[in-house]
Design a protein around this ligand. Structure first.
Ligand code: C5P
Length: 406
């Protein structure tokens, strides 16, 4: 980061967790203040074991906040007020414990309560032993927090205070400072005032009241696109099949089960400027699911399930007419011949762009946090590198905004 970067007038709420890296947070405070930012600090009980309230107060020039149930503070600067009066929340060091609490929504002390109550951006600078960082629980928590829209800087690789080597060291103050400066940049409102409909997740096609046909779509990519569109200023309707991930912030969510219901919900949400069909819609369903549970009768063998073709939502939305959105985008999840299939799909469906991804076994794309996509339109073909699904979403939104503007 350039030495000259200014953070003049910016208000940072810094949560210092309990880790040996807490000493670096003292340097971070100094550097933030040198650049014109004001800093308030929440010190956790564990954080206090590593740095003293006196040194933090001397460096920030502000009282240190430690207690959730401090009555004088509730009137002066309670947990809501602390977050309200900040431009950005930074957690450094973000311990495994703080990450776990934030991921689970636990609020049992001042720091975790602020993290649950805030509507501001949160930047996490994790620091912990490498085994703790690699533990499936932490991996899960970090993935959840990323999905919830929290930002991360580090950790970096290196020798650790505990004598082990690997990822887990808190980023250096200058790196954290650069991420703070980045997080404080206004999100560009490239879709301000635009209407966007996104489909996401799988569909469930009921066989009888207890059984259904489904697929492995997690909804992660579609939900991330809806979130990125909302962040870019669009009015977003997300029509989602059954998923276990949380709703994106700032988006109207319509929950459906079957392909037919998804089509009806999409039609009801039109008109729109952009339609993005990221859902893994079942190609076939049942005309009329059995009213009661199909029983296993002795000697009669397995039942024959007569499938019927589902409506093709993308093809219907793409059909020329008054309600056709200016930009219609489809997805192609393939396990081979990606580009050829995507090109055929572009023509068959009549959409403007296909985002193709390889979901073959071993890619980890279906249900995983990352994606490698190819963009295919009538006059272009582009391969993107392996990216976090959130980053894919942000880049796609920038691209769609550009296409709309043409
Ligand atoms: O034909 P295929 O399922 O591979 O096409 C994928 C694209 O078409 C995705 O954008 C998906 O959301 C959309 N689709 C649809 N309705 C269907 C099947 C697929 O909108 N019945």
């Amino acid at each position: 980061m350039e030495q000259g970067v200014t953070l003049e007038g910016k208000r940072i709420l810094l949560i210092i967790g309990g880790g040996i890296a807490a000493y670096k947070s003292l340097d971070l405070i100094r550097r933030l203040r040198e650049r014109g930012a004001s800093v308030r600090v929440v010190l956790t009980a564990a954080g206090k074991q590593f740095v003293t309230p006196l040194s933090v107060a001397s460096l920030t020039g502000n009282p240190v906040h430690e207690d959730l149930f401090c009555l004088t503070e509730e009137t002066e600067m309670g947990h809501i007020e602390l977050s309200r009066s900040a431009d950005l929340l930074v957690v450094a060091p973000a311990t495994a414990d703080l990450l776990a609490k934030a991921a689970a929504g636990i609020a049992n002390d001042l720091a975790s309560t602020i993290l649950l109550a805030t509507d501001k951006k949160v930047l996490m600078a994790p620091a912990m032993n490498v085994r703790m960082w690699d533990h499936p629980a932490t991996v899960r928590n970090v993935a959840q927090l990323r999905e919830d829209g929290l930002l991360f800087v580090g950790p970096s690789d290196g020798e650790m205070a505990c004598g082990e080597y690997g990822p887990g060291r808190m980023s250096e103050p200058m790196e954290i400072l650069a991420s703070i400066a980045g997080a404080l940049q206004p999100t560009s409102q490239v879709l301000a005032g635009r209407r966007v409909i996104v489909t996401s997740g799988p569909t469930h096609e009921p066989i009888d009241p207890v059984r259904y046909i489904a697929n492995r779509s997690s909804g992660r990519q579609g939900h991330a696109i809806a979130a990125a569109a909302a962040q870019a200023g669009a009015h977003v309707t997300l029509v989602t099949g059954p998923v276990s991930i949380s709703d994106p912030v700032g988006v109207s969510v319509v929950r459906v089960e079957t392909a037919k219901e998804m089509l009806a919900a999409v039609k009801a949400s039109l008109p729109a400027d952009i339609f993005i069909g990221a859902a893994a819609v079942a190609d076939w369903g049942f005309e009329k699911p059995a009213a009661g549970k199909i029983k296993k009768e002795k000697g009669s063998g397995p039942p024959t399930l007569a499938l019927v073709e589902n409506p093709d939502i993308l093809a219907e939305v793409s059909r020329p007419g008054e309600s056709r959105p200016a930009l219609v985008v489809g997805f192609a999840a393939e396990t081979g011949n990606l580009i050829d299939h995507a090109r055929t799909k572009l023509q068959r469906k009549g959409c403007d762009l296909i985002v193709a991804n390889d979901v073959g076994p071993g890619t980890g794309v279906m249900g995983g946090p990352k994606n490698t996509v190819h963009l295919i339109s009538s006059d272009q073909q582009e391969a993107w590198p392996l990216l976090d699904k959130g980053e894919v979403a942000r880049r796609l939104i920038q691209r769609f905004a550009g296409m709309l503007g043409k």
